[in-house]
Design a protein around this ligand. Structure first.
Ligand SMILES: NC(=O)c1ccc[n+]([C@@H]2O[C@H](COP(=O)([O-])OP(=O)(O)OC[C@H]3O[C@@H](n4cnc5c(N)ncnc54)[C@H](OP(=O)(O)O)[C@@H]3O)[C@@H](O)[C@H]2O)c1
Length: 281
């Protein structure tokens, strides 16, 4: 396993995404738990979930897996809805998430996306949860550059540890200013949906990807994931409910690109040349 510095900690090069896990029948849920276990047994040390995912089903599944592991060896991220972003509702949501996750703290608790609650109130509530020890740190998700700047100018806003945004070869907008800004401000970045989410419905796979994957003797998914983590400066959190796909994703960590290959991919999936509006799923 390769490790990167993420959230000031030694973190595996990929984490485990969990959207839609735990929503199927018992056999499917068992297979999904096996996939997560396989990842954890092979060095992955971060899991990403949210109260939204299956309205708690994902967190419950993660809790059932995690209880067999040393809690302190894992980083656990969960997220609350924007309509739960007041201090009182944050506390209620957090306690329900912790119960489902069968743990007494989160490593990171994120505002899932921005809603109507003033950010200052949300920060106040999150800082209170840090004081109680129920969370170690907090962050945000689906924030664009203007949101991040606004946040960092608020009292305790600089305590935001991470921002989690969409990032894959077809959605490179964050490379323009969000990623550099976060590096400058010591805020770690999580890129979600490396494959364009379920069924790759958000990603246009051009022939160059298939041809390059074939030439490198890897799968299209391995190429997509290896490309996202190519610079070892951000965390990607692929979701899979299958041991075979987890094996494939783990192997993708060792895939490298030549400068020519990266230039060719840039030609078909260009880097942003101006500030784009934030893409989300
Ligand atoms: N913060 C946010 O707003 C936000 C938004 C979206 C996602 N997320 C997080 O990011 C995670 C990942 O994003 P995502 O779930 O949207 O999509 P994703 O990871 O881009 O793609 C998941 C899809 O890829 C398939 N897959 C995974 N590994 C594969 C492999 N090696 N070969 C072939 N197919 C493979 C999965 O099917 P199988 O299960 O059959 O393998 C599933 O259909 C989420 O689970 C969630 O934790 C966060």
């Amino acid at each position: 396993m390769k490790y990167i510095t993420f959230n000031h900690q030694n973190t595996s090069a990929i984490g485990i995404g969990t959207w839609h896990l735990g929503e199927g029948n018992q056999a499917q849920t068992e297979a999904e738990m096996q996939a997560i276990r396989y990842g954890l047994d092979h060095g992955i040390n971060l899991i990403d979930t949210a109260e939204m995912y299956g309205e708690g089903l994902s967190e419950s599944l993660v809790g059932n897996v995690m209880k067999d592991y040393h809690r302190e060896d894992l980083q656990l991220i969960s997220k609350f809805y924007p309509f739960h972003a007041t201090p009182e509702l944050i506390k209620t949501s957090l306690k329900a998430s912790l119960k489902r996750l069968q743990t007494d703290y989160l490593d990171l608790y994120l505002l899932h996306w921005r809603g109507d609650t003033p950010l200052s109130e949300t920060i106040f509530g999150l800082e209170q949860m840090v004081q109680t020890g129920l969370i170690k740190n907090w962050g945000v998700s689906n924030f664009d550059l203007a949101d991040l700047k606004e946040l960092s100018n608020l009292e305790n806003g600089q305590n935001c540890r991470i921002n989690e945004d969409l990032y894959n070869i077809g959605s490179r907008g964050i490379e323009y200013s969000i990623l550099p800004w976060q590096k400058q401000h010591d805020m770690s970045f999580v890129g979600y949906s490396p494959f364009g989410s379920d069924g790759s419905e958000y990603l246009n796979i051009k022939p160059v990807i298939k041809e390059m994957a074939q030439a490198k003797n890897i799968s299209v998914h391995q190429l997509l994931l290896a490309w996202v983590i190519r610079n070892h400066d951000l965390l990607s959190i692929p979701k899979t409910g299958s041991v075979t796909h987890m094996q494939s994703n783990l192997a993708a960590i060792d895939v490298q690109f030549t400068e020519d290959e990266l230039r060719l991919l840039d030609k078909y999936y260009p880097k942003p040349t101006q500030e784009p509006s934030l893409e989300t799923i």
